[in-house]
Design a protein around this ligand. Structure first.
Ligand code: ACM
Ligand code: ZN
Length: 467
């Protein structure tokens, strides 16, 4: 019996049952939050779990057996995840997607036991959450001059944001599927949309445009500007109120420091805190926000760029995406919670030719360079992001994510000794057929693992200027 993700232990006991629903639920103590047993015999299907989440996972496992195989063999399944954090990220800042489309994506992710939806809601190219206290953030900050990042001649503005009731609708949809929603407000870089509304919060005070191209932009929040930080805290107040979870992502990736280096306010705060390195200033900024969130009962996650500086609070979890694996490992070895989102192969906005399905399947979190046995215990899970600079429609979004997200799901859930690419592949063909029938635009099989020559040409094409 092969499923996706493959359960921890399956023992076939002989024969089949005609039943298609769970007939008995038993609450047992001593099981983990996501652990369950499914005992299938001819006359009954019993689930044993300790929490509603455990019962839910048993339910979706049974549903998958029925939909994949039709017949239900008698068996005993004992299942629990390898990692507690199994995430997928959708960038709704570069391009926004409808509530309906997000539900479609979330639903398919839930079916393979993802449990974290990291929702990237603000970036240089748009601020996309309605906030009552700062309405201008969406009035002005959600609008950019053109719709496309490639052909900017179209003088067709692009805009859009999520109203609070839409966000609550997504949260309710996720809650039914035991998925936590982790909003991301990226700071102090990737903030052109915010700074377009409040240019006084940059170091120089010059006008800032909501960006219409991909990139890393020098307009960042002045780390020495008290009013800027108060304004960010106001945003966090509403975010904390809106998202009923214990974690907020505060970004911290790709922060060019040129403007900080020529700013009096930044120099002042550096001197006050005895700092001489601008990466340490970034840590100071992030720590201030993390402390603010901590006082509201929230934890935070940042991208691994924040490890370049010294002094990042140890309780801040790090999401590793690129460069400096030794730095990330060093922190994990000391006990810092770490999520692995390796650019290669988990960034599914890159073509299959660069990040093929097989590579996403074969990725082994414990092989992060420099990780020791303590560090392995600090890896709380994995996450696959989709950045959407070049993804502006539902079909493309679905095509890029699926079936690669099915690989990542198994990386997060399935025990190492149960992973087997050939077996996974065989059942994946069945699973993809089912999802195609449901209307999900899964990439065709021939695109999943392109041959070497196509991989080369896809890579070259990716780096050539886009027309
Ligand atoms: C990132 O891809 N800039 C986190
Ligand atoms: Zn400054």
């Amino acid at each position: 019996m092969r499923l996706i993700p493959q359960p921890y232990c399956i023992e076939l006991t002989g024969g089949t049952t005609q039943l298609r629903e769970i007939t008995k639920r038993e609450t047992v103590s001593g099981f983990g939050e996501e652990e369950y047993e499914l005992l299938i015999s001819p006359g009954e299907i019993v689930v044993r779990a300790n929490t509603d989440k455990g019962f839910y996972y048993a339910d979706i496992t049974l549903k998958q057996i029925v939909s994949l195989y039709g017949t239900v063999p008698c068996m005993k399944i004992h299942d629990k995840p390898r990692y507690q954090y199994r995430g997928f990220m959708i960038d709704c800042a570069r391009h926004i997607f409808s509530v309906e489309e997000l539900k479609k994506m979330i639903s398919a992710a839930a079916d393979v036991k993802f449990n974290k939806f990291h929702w990237h809601l603000s970036d240089d190219q748009g601020f996309r959450i309605e906030l009552d206290s700062l309405p201008e953030l969406t009035e002005k900050g959600s609008v950019r001059d053109c719709d496309s990042f490639i052909n900017c001649k179209s003088d067709k503005p692009y805009s859009g944001y999520f109203r609070k009731e839409e966000i609550r609708e997504i949260i309710a949809f996720c809650r039914e599927r035991f998925i936590d929603v982790i909003p991301e407000i990226d700071m102090p870089g990737h903030q052109s949309a915010f700074l377009h509304v409040y240019p006084e919060f940059t170091c120089k005070g010059d006008a800032v445009k909501v960006k219409t191209s991909q990139g890393i932009f020098k307009d960042i929040i002045c780390a020495g500007n008290k009013e800027a930080k108060e304004c960010i805290k106001k945003i966090l107040d509403e975010i904390c109120e809106l998202f009923p979870y214990d974690t907020v992502h505060i970004g911290g990736d790709e922060v060019p420091k040129a403007n900080w280096k020529s700013c009096e306010k930044c120099a002042e705060i550096m001197a006050e805190n005895g700092l001489s390195d601008y990466n340490d200033l970034q840590c100071l900024f992030i720590n201030e926000m993390a402390l603010y969130l901590k006082n509201k009962g929230k934890k935070c996650i940042v991208w691994n760029d924040c490890l370049k500086g010294k002094g990042l609070f140890p309780e801040i979890a790090v999401q590793h995406w690129q460069k400096g694996p030794e730095r990330t490992s060093g922190e994990a070895n000391k006990g810092r919670k770490t999520i692995l989102s390796p650019f290669n192969p988990f960034y599914v906005d890159y073509p299959y030719g660069m990040h093929p399905l097989k590579a996403a399947y074969k990725y082994e979190p414990e092989k992060l360079k420099g990780l020791n046995s303590d560090g392995k215990k600090s890896i709380i899970g994995v996450e696959s992001p989709i950045w959407t600079e070049h993804i502006n429609n539902n079909e493309r979004l679905e095509y890029m994510c699926f079936p690669r997200w099915f690989s990542v799901a198994e990386c997060g859930w399935t025990a190492k000794h149960n992973k087997n690419y050939a077996e996974f592949y065989e059942v994946l063909l069945r699973l993809c057929k089912l999802y195609r029938e449901k209307g999900l635009n899964i990439a065709p099989e021939e695109d999943w693992n392109p041959p070497v020559l196509s991989r080369l040409s896809e890579t070259i094409k990716f780096f050539l200027p886009k027309k």
